[in-house]
Ligand binder design. Structure first.
Ligand code: OGA
Ligand code: MN
Length: 305
C-alpha cells in the first residue's frame, strides 16, 4: 500500500500550478528555483513544462550564475552568439542572452544602433534558435527591469494550433521541410544590413514543419519568423502557406499574454510554442531581460514524428 507523502517540514516542496489560459500555460509557486532542486522538484517542473509548455515562476529574482545553474539541471545550455556586435556585450556571463535595450555602460542604446534594429526581430512570432541545426529546447527568461507600459511577451502553444487545424491543411503541412535563417526574420522588418561574412554564418537550416512533442505524444506546428522557404516550393507560395499557418496558430483566443513583474522567470518549450515581444518605449525606458536557453537533443529531421 502506498501513502501520499504529507507536506511537512523537511519534505520535498510541492509545486502548485494554476492555469493562466484555457488552452495551455500555468503559474507555478511553492519551490525556490535558486537552490539546487531535489529529484521530486525537478520532475514536477519537467511534468509541468511537458503539459503546459509555458510556465511562469513569480518571485524568483536570481543572479546570472544562479540562473545558469538552475537551467543546467534540465539540459545543455546553448552558446549565446548573436549575429550582431557580440564584442560590445553588457553581460560577462557568456551563458546569458541579453534581451535588454542596454549597452555595456548600462545606458539605453541610441535609436539608430544596429543592435536595436536587430533585436526588434523579437517582436515577430518565433521559436528561439530555430535557425540553428539543433534548435532550442527550453528558454528561461527573467525580468530584472521592466518598462511602465508595453513590453509584454505573448505565447501560443503550437500543439493547440495543430489540434485545431483543418484536415486539409494538416495533410498539406505534415511532411514539409522549412528553411530557417536569421536573415529571413530580419528581412521581414526590412533589416538587411548584413555583411557577406554574416550572411555566410546564417546559411539556412532545414527543419520539419510538423514535429512530435515526445513527452506529450502530441504533434506541433514548428513555425517561426526565421522561416523563409519551404523546400521544393516556389518562394511566394511557401511564404503564403507559412503566413496562413502562423495567422491560424496566433489567433487571439490561442494567445496568452504575459505581463511581467520583476523577478518573474518564464520558461517555455520552443519545440511546441511560439512567442513574441510587444513594443514598448525602448528609447525612454530600460527593459532588462535575461535568457538562458537549452539546446534540443538533435536536429528536427533526426527526430521521429
Ligand atoms: C526571447 C524573446 C521577447 C521579449 O527572449 O527569446 O523573444 O518579450 N523575448 O523580450
Ligand atoms: Mn525569442
Amino acid at each position: 500500500m502506498s501513502t501520499q507523502p504529507a507536506a511537512s517540514p523537511g519534505s520535498p516542496e510541492a509545486l502548485t500550478l494554476t492555469p493562466v489560459h484555457p488552452l495551455f500555460g500555468a503559474r507555478a509557486t511553492g519551490i525556490d528555483l535558486r537552490k539546487p532542486l531535489g529529484p521530486g522538484e525537478k520532475s514536477q517542473v519537467k511534468a509541468a513544462m511537458d503539459r503546459y509548455a509555458v510556465v511562469v515562476f513569480p518571485g524568483q529574482l536570481m543572479s546570472d550564475e544562479e540562473h545558469a545553474a538552475f537551467a543546467e539541471q534540465f539540459g545543455t545550455i546553448e552558446d549565446t552568439p548573436t549575429l550582431v556586435d557580440q564584442a560590445r556585450r553588457r553581460l560577462s556571463n557568456m551563458r546569458i542572452n541579453d534581451i535588454s535595450n542596454l549597452g555595456p555602460d548600462g545606458k539605453i542604446w541610441a535609436p539608430d544602433d544596429r543592435r536595436r534594429m536587430y533585436n526588434l526581430g523579437n517582436l515577430l512570432w518565433h521559436s528561439d534558435s530555430s535557425f540553428k541545426p539543433t534548435p532550442a529546447y527550453w528558454s528561461m527568461l527573467q525580468a530584472k527591469t521592466i518598462p511602465p507600459h508595453g513590453g509584454e511577451t505573448e505565447y501560443v502553444d503550437t500543439r493547440v494550433a495543430w489540434d485545431h487545424l483543418p484536415d486539409a491543411l494538416k495533410a498539406q503541412a505534415r511532411d514539409l521541410v522549412a528553411l530557417h535563417s536569421l536573415i529571413f526574420s530580419r528581412a521581414q522588418l526590412g533589416f538587411d544590413a548584413f555583411s557577406p561574412e554574416e550572411i555566410e554564418r546564417c546559411t539556412p537550416v532545414r527543419q520539419r514543419l510538423v514535429r512530435l512533442h515526445p513527452e506529450s505524444g502530441r504533434l506541433a506546428l514548428y513555425l517561426s519568423a526565421h522561416i523563409g522557404e519551404i523546400e521544393g516550393w516556389p518562394r511566394p507560395e511557401a511564404m503564403a502557406l507559412i503566413r496562413e499557418l502562423t495567422e491560424f496558430a496566433t489567433q487571439r483566443q490561442f494567445v496568452y499574454q504575459h505581463r511581467w513583474s520583476v523577478g518573474d522567470l518564464v520558461i517555455w518549450d520552443n519545440r511546441c510554442t511560439m512567442h513574441r515581444g510587444r513594443r514598448y518605449d525602448d528609447k525612454a525606458y530600460p527593459r532588462d531581460m535575461r535568457r538562458v536557453t537549452l539546446a534540443d537533443v538533435a536536429p528536427t529531421l533526426e527526430q521521429p514524428v
